[in-house]
Design a protein around this ligand. Structure first.
Ligand SMILES: Nc1ncnc2c1ncn2[C@@H]1O[C@H](COP(=O)(O)OP(=O)(O)OP(=O)(O)O)[C@@H](O)[C@H]1O
Ligand SMILES: [Mg+2]
Length: 229
């Protein structure tokens, strides 16, 4: 779709949607993600200021565009139902069909991450990088293992999709982003971290020297990470 029209959302419509909904995520400015009673998800985007870039091309609109582009590339993600703009404010929202599955972070909490899942995850990240998908919010809270055993992406507003494989430096940046979540890395453990990287290298289509460079830059050293407590 070239241009997705946005629909006005009145306070009354918003209040009706909130009725009986479960807040999945919130921050200091209020609820951010709702699970509505009809099992769809409403995600709210609030621009930081009037001058921020996302008042011109909203994060909600990027979210919708990325969902369409991922779908074309065969990467499972949410199915967009509607793009909204709030009446009387710069806030926007997206209504979408959730993916059926569990976030990798929840699986980590349940100690349900297996070496097999790690192998598949490494191959999946390699596939994203080969397809030119730079998912800036790539971390265990934004990747789901779906009921069909495939991985899917949520929280997809912040993403670049190039028409060529990612450069080594962009790949390194992407892995460093994941490693910032120290608690995830510790729960994952050394063996699983290695399994992910082994599978990644196997599927990333890089030369030996590129692989060596990447691995040397993203070696995870728990004792060098800031204490999160
Ligand atoms: N499509 C979906 N399928 C299943 N669960 C979802 C889906 N979208 C959101 N969720 C649940 O809601 C939680 C928060 O959603 P999301 O990651 O989009 O928001 P967020 O992390 O708060 O956003 P942001 O990173 O923009 O601050 C997820 O961790 C997940 O548990
Ligand atoms: Mg998220």
């Amino acid at each position: 779709m070239l241009f997705r029209p946005s629909h006005p959302l009145t306070q009354l419509q918003y209040a009706t949607m909130q009725d009986g909904a479960v807040v999945l995520e919130q921050d200091e400015r209020g609820p951010k993600v709702y699970l509505l009673t009809n099992k769809t998800i409403l995600k709210i985007f609030r621009p930081r200021s009037f001058w921020s870039r996302d008042t011109l091309y909203s994060n909600a609109r990027s979210f919708c565009r990325n969902a369409e582009r991922l779908d074309i590339l065969g990467i499972p993600t949410v199915k967009i139902l509607k793009l909204y703009r709030f009446e009387g404010s710069m806030d926007t929202a997206v209504l979408y069909q959730p993916l059926k599955g569990t976030t990798l972070r929840d699986l980590l909490k349940q100690s349900a991450i297996t070496p097999e899942i790690c192998n598949q995850l490494g191959a999946f990240v390699a596939q994203l990088h080969q397809l030119g998908i730079y998912f800036r919010s790539l971390h265990f809270g934004n990747v789901l293992l779906m009921h069909n055993e495939q991985f899917g992406l949520i929280d997809i507003a912040d993403m670049n999709i190039y028409g060529w494989p990612l450069s080594i430096s962009t790949r390194i940046r992407n892995f460093k982003r994941i490693q910032k979540y120290h608690e995830d890395m510790l729960k994952l453990g050394q063996d699983n971290r290695s399994a992910i990287m082994d599978a990644y290298i196997q599927h990333a289509g890089l030369s030996q020297s590129q692989s060596d460079r990447l691995l040397s830059k993203i070696r995870y050293q728990p004792h060098l990470q800031p204490d999160e407590s």
